[in-house]
Design a protein around this ligand. Structure first.
Ligand code: GLU
Length: 581
């Protein structure tokens, strides 16, 4: 593959006088609109749009666009996502699926070489991993159908941040360092995020005029500017001839202008389930998030958790998650390519069957059940077999916004791994996703790659209603741990009775039917850990921070509390339009 020269004029410039970083405020209560994101600038963008009279949908897009600038390794216009929206006037919940699709050139052999699955990291850092980005189409649908503003208005705050610059945090620098090898492959990426081949240091200020230009072209030309214009041509060129540094190699993809022009977002009905008097609205397939959370909650609903010691309740949470993941791993994939037994998986009767498998001692591993007998139509002949957990990377971002009229957004979007494929689109400053590695590399499996298909996701933006009104929202990044973070936060909040900030800050335990439960640093050896070990629970050897959640709580007195992380991923920023009552 030929090395491509640096697009120097548009390379990100790193200036050495730091801008003051806005202090994180992880909890805020008040009236009017509210927002919680992991980035101070993104939360401020949402608030600015709300203050200008925009609604929650407008503000969510503004925050997302800003996150694309300040958190470019976890999200952006080079990726895709899932938005769940509560429309106050209609009293209904809708979702916008703007997951990336496989280019038309894809086949089930896309990630096989000589019949064997490709090395995962090699597959990630390549043009072949890039799916057709869905984010801009998703934002377009959100604004056109449910917003009040246009791209020009909602992208303005992000353009300002991209032009003015933002300070590099410890985490940003650390993530860059972790991805140095991937970023060293590509010329525009090294120009943006590396200095002499090494990660940009904390305190530097990053400006990204290329991304400002991409946003300005979208503001000017609308959705077509991205899918049919010069940006589309630049994406196709970057995928098919990755802009490598001299001496580096990476696999090319095969994407066409038609793949981009044909990309469609899907308006989908939310996946609705109930839990102890709450209506839980989550994301349907191709995200496994909603169904897996619903199955686990349905299993847990059969226990009087409040009456139990905490360790016993948490043991049940882990076992319910294990069972739900066994089904997720076996059955769930893009519903346009497969008749997945979702109705069975989320039925209360099926949960009652699954519950019988839970013992006082932790299971080693769970098998998928037979949800087909709980479907309305039981004639489906195919019974996919359970499969181990596919290797997945994590990261992504989640944000949540409400407005004074009662509209609510829970939005998770991603470029898949930290830094996605590692390919920055020359001249446009945004990273392309590696979402295609969310497919199972080898079959038979419902989630094998196919032309036009959307890889199974774990993203789980969730809006809960009580008595017909929004009660809370929750969502998180973290690959498959997204599901357990959302599930555990709901369990902490509803069953353990924690206020939402405590529910978020509690140590996260993620059981995904693997060999052992994922845990966070500081957890092993704690009293909580020892009590759970009494139930036979086992921990992964290498603790790691899990997720970066954001939530809203609609209080009985009419106020809203926005909640972000108090410790993880730095400190998040929760803001309300008017503080206090
Ligand atoms: N690609 C992941 C998914 O769709 C999300 C990215 C992440 O957080 O790992 O489930």
């Amino acid at each position: 593959m030929k090395a491509t020269a640096l697009a120097c004029g548009l390379a990100l410039s790193i200036v050495l006088q730091p801008l003051p970083a806005a202090a994180g405020t992880p909890v805020a209560t008040g009236t009017g609109g509210a927002v919680a994101t992991i980035s101070a600038q993104a939360s401020q963008s949402a608030l600015a749009i709300l203050d200008q009279g925009g609604n929650a949908i407008d503000a969510a897009v503004a925050a997302a666009a800003t996150l694309g600038v300040t958190d470019p390794f976890s999200c952006g216009i080079g990726g895709g996502g899932f938005m769940v929206i509560y429309l106050a006037r209609d009293k209904r919940v809708i979702t916008i699926d703007h997951r990336e699709t496989a280019p038309a050139s894809f086949t089930p052999h896309a990630f096989l070489e000589n019949g064997k699955p490709l090395d995962f990291d090699t597959a990630v850092a390549s043009g072949a991993a890039v799916g057709v980005p869905g984010t801009v189409r998703g934002w377009h649908e959100a604004l056109q159908r449910y917003g009040t503003m246009d791209f020009k208005q909602v992208l303005a705050p992000a353009i300002e941040v991209a032009n003015k610059g933002y300070p590099v945090t410890e985490i940003f620098s650390h993530l860059t360092a972790e991805n140095e090898r991937k970023f060293q492959l590509y010329a525009p990426t090294s120009a943006l995020y590396l200095r002499s081949g090494k990660a940009v240091q904390p305190g530097a200020v990053i400006r990204n005029p290329g991304m400002a230009r991409a946003y300005a072209e979208i503001a000017q030309g609308g959705v077509k500017a991205f899918y049919e214009g010069p940006i589309a041509r630049a994406i196709v060129a970057a995928v098919n001839t990755p802009p490598l540094n001299p001496g580096k190699t990476a696999r090319a993809g095969r994407m066409t202008m038609a793949d981009l022009a044909n990309y469609e977002a899907r308006i989908r009905q939310p996946l609705r389930s109930t839990y102890r008097g709450y209506e839980i609205y989550g994301m349907p397939l191709p995200s496994s998030g909603g169904a897996t959370v619903a199955e686990a909650l349905n299993i847990l609903e059969g226990y009087d958790l409040k009456a139990m010691p905490r360790a016993e309740a948490e043991h049940l949470y882990l076992e319910a998650s294990r069972l739900a993941f066994a089904d997720r791993n076996a059955y769930l994939a893009d519903p346009e390519y497969l008749d997945a037994p979702v109705a069975g998986i989320v039925s209360k009767a099926y949960a009652a069957e699954r519950r019988k498998l839970i013992k006082r001692q932790a299971a080693r591993s769970a098998h998928a059940g037979d949800p087909y007998s709980y479907q309305d139509d039981q004639s489906v002949p195919l019974r996919p077999q359970s499969k181990g957990l596919q290797l997945e990377n994590a990261h992504t971002t989640h944000l949540t916004v409400s407005d004074k009229d009662g509209n609510v957004v829970a939005y998770t979007f991603t470029i898949e791994s930290w830094g996605g494929s590692g390919i920055v689109v020359p001249g446009y400053g945004f990273l392309l996703n590696n979402e295609m590695t969310d497919f199972d590399f080898s079959g038979p499996h419902p989630n094998v790659p196919e032309a036009g298909k959307r890889p199974r996701s774990s993203m789980a933006p969730t809006i809960a209603l009580k008595d017909g009104k929004p009660a809370f929202t929750i969502g998180s990044p973290g690959g498959a741990t997204i599901i357990t973070t959302v599930l555990q936060t709901i369990f902490n909040y509803i069953d353990l009775g924690m206020p939402m900030d405590q529910a978020l800050n509690a140590p996260r335990l993620s059981e995904r039917n693997g060999d052992a439960t994922s845990i966070e640093p500081g957890f092993p050896g704690s009293a909580q850990a020892r009590a759970l070990q009494g139930f036979g629970q086992r921990w992964e050897a290498a603790p790691e921070e899990i997720g970066a959640a954001n939530a809203l709580v609609f209080n009985p007195d009419g106020t809203v509390t926005a909640v972000s992380e108090g410790k993880r991923h730095g400190v998040g920023t929760a803001l309300v339009q008017r503080r206090g009552h």
